[in-house]
Design a protein around this ligand. Structure first.
Ligand code: NAG
Ligand code: NAG
Ligand code: NAG
Length: 561
């Protein structure tokens, strides 16, 4: 990513021009409150189209005044408030301070330069104040993490207050978004006060590393972009039919035989750890998905007898179907495999898939037919699927993990723990709304993906439909609505690899990000367009090749090639 190089040139230019601006300070002291609190507490989100401030996703409550301060790389610093429970020993924050300083000023090589004279209209400090006794510097984010923060930008010092590091990360992003360049290239920030918190606790992106292998740098770049959009879950659909890139210590044959290539197209334990730590530093959970009993062709290459042999008439056809649910060895394997997974991935949840199980192979197999009879399943193969899933859920429960599953598992009537998260992905708008109502009506947590299959593309500004979909748009009680934990944008990998992943996902996934973070009433497409176009340019400036929304230009065009 070239953002460092890019902004270095600029910051030196800025320093030269700053002299010209000395006299502007007085002029900036006029206070006009352009946008304020409304009585019901909802902000209508209107920054005028020409306003250079573009916040994305829009904070819950925001007050911006026309008092503006300069910021300069040579005098500005981000520091720990003296009341804060976190200090320089908090690596997560130190790392974030550096990251956001660079986003705002570029990497400043010449820090040895004498400090510039500080002007009265200049803001020289952002103090970060962690208020709870445990700042969670070394922890992992979770579904219950408090991501709220309060930001006050004023002299003598801006203050960012959060109960722990997760809120501080979100607030640092917002602070960096408040900074804009004036016509002379000088960094400006307006006097501002913000109170912010997410509308939904689970805001995820699914990437698929089975249909195409994604190099680590692409995954890491997307974690960066996710943080810029306040996403907090990376749903890693790590294996599927086409390939098995997860290197398992317990069963190394799985990737040796099931990956596209056993050395170049695998994720080693060190790779996985790196992704998890990089994500943690940005307040992002990593939830792996190991989808069974369908979508498992690649598992069969490295694990003998795991898949069901299909029959053609009375003899095996040589092809294989879903995981074989009638063998004890299957469950022994799953027990050992998920034990490893549970130690490799620290998150409290694992996604167990369970979607699109094709029954034809099971139907063809005489041993399965016999098992069906013995268990009184008749010809209802969804009962067999439920039998398998039930046993799998017991195995995973015993590793102390919670689970997420695709909606079919619920539809088939599998008995589920009440803390199970049901992932809704199927159908038309009416169908998914009905499903959300059914899932929450049964008392389960739900999350929505149906309108957010971002691998589906079409000509034009398809982010409109993405933006207007809402996980709460179904008929249900307040209690039911509370069971909706959020949603995920999915980018399935059939037609996506390192060449096109990032521009296909961004800024379209930004539309989902605002839906999941901001107030439900923030939904004006026209207002969103202006902010999103600028937010997209900001991602471009930070080195993320996010595609354009429509005609126009960025002040700092993409220089990644
Ligand atoms: C920010 O400050 C500038 C300079 O005073 C002013 O022109 C602009 O309207 C302010 N922006 C907002 C959103 O208040
Ligand atoms: C499978 O395990 C069950 C329960 O432990 C046992 O009763 C059964 O005999 C086993 N089946 C085989 C084929 O080993
Ligand atoms: C929700 O209720 C309204 C009014 O009763 C009805 O028109 C609509 O079809 C319902 N939506 C769904 C998805 O059931």
């Amino acid at each position: 990513m070239d953002r460092n190089q890019l902004t270095e040139e600029e910051s030196s230019r800025r320093v030269n021009i700053m002299g010209l601006l000395l006299n502007c300070a007085v002029f900036l002291l006029v206070v006009i409150v352009c946008s304020g609190w409304q009585d019901d507490g909802n902000y209508d989100g209107r920054l005028s189209d020409s306003d250079p401030i573009s916040l994305w996703p829009l904070p819950q409550k925001i007050q911006i005044s026309a008092v503006a301060f300069k910021l300069s790389a040579s005098s500005f610093q981000i520091s720990h408030a003296k009341e804060s429970s976190a200090g320089p020993g908090c690596n997560l924050l130190q790392n974030a301070f550096r990251r956001y300083f660079e986003y705002m000023f570029g990497s400043v090589k010449n820090e040895a330069k004498p400090r510039k004279k500080v002007f009265s209209s200049e803001l020289t400090e952002l103090q970060v104040w962690i208020t709870s006794a445990d700042p969670e510097c070394d922890g992992y984010p979770s579904l219950k993490s408090d991501e709220s923060y309060e930001l006050s930008v004023d002299q003598p010092s801006a203050v960012l207050k959060a109960s722990n590091v997760w809120g501080a990360l979100r607030g640092l992003e917002t602070f960096s978004q408040l900074v804009y360049e004036d016509d002379y290239g000088v960094n400006i920030i307006n006097k501002t006060s913000i109170v912010d918190f997410p509308r939904f606790a689970h805001r995820g992106i699914l990437l698929d590393t089975s249909r195409h292998y994604l190099p680590l740098r692409v995954i890491l770049a997307n974690l960066e972009a996710m943080a810029m959009n306040k996403y907090n879950v990376f749903h890693w659909h790590i294996v599927d039919d086409p390939s098995f890139p997860y290197f398992s210590r317990t069963f190394p044959e799985l990737s040796q035989k099931g990956a596209f290539h056993p050395y170049t197209h695998v994720y080693t334990p060190a790779d996985v750890k790196m992704v998890i730590e990089f994500a943690r530093m940005r307040g992002i959970r990593v939830i792996p998905e190991f989808d069974t009993p369908g979508h498992t062709q690649s598992w069969g290459k490295g694990q003998k007898d795991l898949l069901t042999p299909c029959y053609s008439g009375s003899s095996p056809s040589g092809t294989f179907g879903p995981v074989n649910p009638i063998l004890n060895t299957t469950y022994e394997f799953m027990g050992r495999f998920f034990k490893e997974v549970s130690t490799m991935f620290p998150d409290a949840y694992v996604h167990l898939g369970g979607d699109e199980v094709d029954f034809s192979c099971w139907k063809s197999n005489p041993d399965i037919q016999k098992f069906m009879e013995e268990h009184g399943f008749g010809h209802d193969y969804s009962k067999l699927e439920s039998y398998y899933i039930q046993r799998l859920l017991d195995i995973v429960s015993s590793t102390n993990k919670g689970y997420m599953i695709w909606q079919e598992v619920f539809d088939n009537g599998v008995k589920l723990r009440l803390d199970t998260q049901i992932h809704v992905w199927k159908g038309s708008k009416d169908q998914y709304e009905t499903e959300m109502a059914r899932v929450t009506g049964a008392g389960f947590h739900a999350l929505l993906s149906t309108p957010w299959y971002l691998n589906r593309i079409s000509y034009g500004q398809d982010w409109h439909g993405i933006y207007t979909a809402d996980p709460h748009s179904f008929n249900g009680t307040e209690e039911q609505k509370k069971l909706v934990i959020g949603g995920e944008a999915c980018l399935w990998g059939e037609y996506v690899d390192a060449t096109n992943l990032t521009p296909r996902l961004w800024p379209r996934a930004s539309a989902v990000a605002e839906r999941l973070w901001s107030d439900k009433d923030v939904k004006d497409i026209g207002n969103a367009y202006g902010r999103l176009a600028q937010h997209r340019c900001r991602m471009v400036q930070r080195g993320i090749p996010a595609e354009p929304l429509f005609v126009g230009y960025c002040r700092h065009e993409y220089k990644g090639l």
